[in-house]
Design a binder for this molecule. Sequence first.
Ligand SMILES: [Zn+2]
Length: 277
Amino acid sequence: MPVNSIKIGNFDIYSISDGYMIFQRDTFFPELTTESWKPYPAYLLPELEMNIGSFVIRGPDKTILVDTGLGKLDHHIEQPIRETLLSEMEALKFNPGDIDIVFLTHLHLDHVGTNMIKENGVWRQTFPNAMYMVNRSDWEMFNRLIDKPAFQYIKEQVQPLLSNGCLYLFEGAISLIQGVTTIPTPGHTPGHTSLLIESDGEMAVIVGDAAHVPPQVEQPSWSPAPDRDKKLSAMTRESLMDLIERENALIASGHFPKPGFGRIIKINSGRYYKPLI
Ligand SMILES: [Zn+2]
């Protein structure tokens, strides 16, 4: 049975999914060759299937949702629309009103798609009591692109939150609540941010899109096409994996096969990702 939730001291972290996306492996990682993938038998097919994972962090006083999936967005992408985020939360007995903070690792469309929801033709915040948070550099970049057709989702899912005063633009390393802090992990997008959860001597890191597939744990130089700054994302990935390994932290990834919880195992001079089962 896959492990769908983990305990880190006083925190429970739940993995939920909004569906999955399919990409052509060689389009997603255009710089790699068939030879590069040979050591990874799970990745020899032409298609890559990626979970669209979010995490709910329940602490003693506050509940945080990390990323809001793809939702119903249909802006220039051909992906299956599942919209299972809210039903999976409900199955775990979380109501949208229970969420105090919606933390957005970055503003790509598979991470913000349920920020807002349309009811009777009117858009409203899906999580009515939440303060939404995103790194200021991400907002600034995506806001510059807002009039391009591929970024209409920003107008629909992000801009209204700022207009309502419900989007907090943070910078650098900050504490969300006691025990949950941001780790700047730029490269995939300029303001891409991971989260460190620390309690009672235990640690977990929600990596966001600092990595998309487990082989990148072993091969941090593998930067995929959507990384805006491939050199920077490779450096970020390497130092993030160093941190996770050094601290013996659990790794939580929304795009790794679900539920996306695992450990980094060191072997000789290398390391690999081992899912929790
Ligand atoms: Zn993503």
